[in-house]
Design a protein around this ligand. Sequence first.
Ligand code: HEM
Ligand code: HEM
Ligand code: SF4
Ligand code: SF4
Length: 315
Amino acid sequence: MKHKTPLLDQLESGPWPSFVSDIKREAEARAKNEKGVDFQIPVEVCEDILGVMELTYEQKRTHWKHGGIVGVFGYGGGVIGRYCDQPDLFPGVAHFHTMRVNQPGGKYYNTDFLRKLCDLWDKRGSGLTNMHGSTGDIILLGTYTHQLEEVFYELTHDFNQDLGGSGSNLRTPADCLGMSRCEYACFDTMALCYDLTNEYQDFLHRPAFPYKFKFKFDGCPNCCVASIARSDMSFIGTWRDDIKIDQEAVKAYVAGEIPPNAGAFKGRDWGAFDINAEVIDLCPTKCMAWDGKKLSIYTPECVRCMHCINVMPKA
Ligand code: HEM
Ligand code: HEM
Ligand code: SF4
Ligand code: SF4
């Protein structure tokens, strides 16, 4: 490696995956360049990101300048500009702009797309990606200003993909995969996400707000995309009528004929299913009762938390 990084190296010592190891691996792959990639930004970008981080840890001060506004023509978002204040020491990261790419609904990809995306970013960026950012986007980490339009052109023309939001824009809407795979979905999350993404294109690409604004879509209150915590306007599917009960299925759970939690925890022996301990007593509003034969729910008190449904999905 180009720079000694004793402080960063400590971050490789734990039992968890380490971003330091990942970046080193990418640095080695770039140095070898077995595929003969025609790199459009300095080959040492990954070594220099490690170098600048080490210097920052040592000195306890940042070496990033505010990126100012960089982007692609016509858009006011999607690129997060970064310049290093030590370009002579770390030429590979003299520019290190992040590009946000609008992820597909439900985050469905095929391997062909992912390979092409990696090839694009190996050639025109650092090769480092983050799948996915907190907003939901595909994050392409670190490139030079002169590559932004090139990447944007390829994304829009060859990949049929668009940049996402950043800054004071509408941020890239994100959804759970909903009805495409999940029986709990109470509305078509992917359709609504797609529709609103198109409806608000202008707000997604051109900052119009005093601060960011996020939409996210969960098909049910399980909140797999954590819309309630992560967005300003959260769409959470729920049922219109009273919660329904299949009494026969409840009995089958109690009799141990159907594994609880859809079998999710069956790797360990948890003992026989206990409907009182595992469902009735855990209902947050205590609106359920089990008399040994019949499950009843006082629906006005049900807050639709999904607990009983998750434990006994067939019931
Ligand atoms: C006590 C200090 C801090 C608190 C309480 C705080 C809190 C937060 C919260 C609540 C968010 C999420 C906002 C949202 O999604 O709506 C956030 C995001 C963020 N914060 Fe902080 N923050 C602190 C310090 C910092 C500092 C010092 C930096 C930078 C040097 C920073 C950089 C960021 C960035 C870049 C994000 C966006 C991350 C993303 O979208 O994935 N924060 N912070
Ligand atoms: C390998 C290095 C890096 C990783 C893994 C990383 C990761 C991320 C991720 C995941 C996000 C959130 C994207 C989203 O919510 O959709 C983000 C946003 C951001 N990053 Fe980084 N980042 C890196 C380098 C940097 C550097 C060096 C800086 C600053 C000096 C920086 C500043 C920011 C800021 C300001 C945002 C939020 C921008 C906005 O929301 O408008 N990042 N980064
Ligand atoms: S939020 Fe609900 S509908 Fe969406 S994936 Fe999760 S469990 Fe399924
Ligand atoms: S969904 Fe939640 S609140 Fe409603 S009955 Fe089931 S456990 Fe109780």
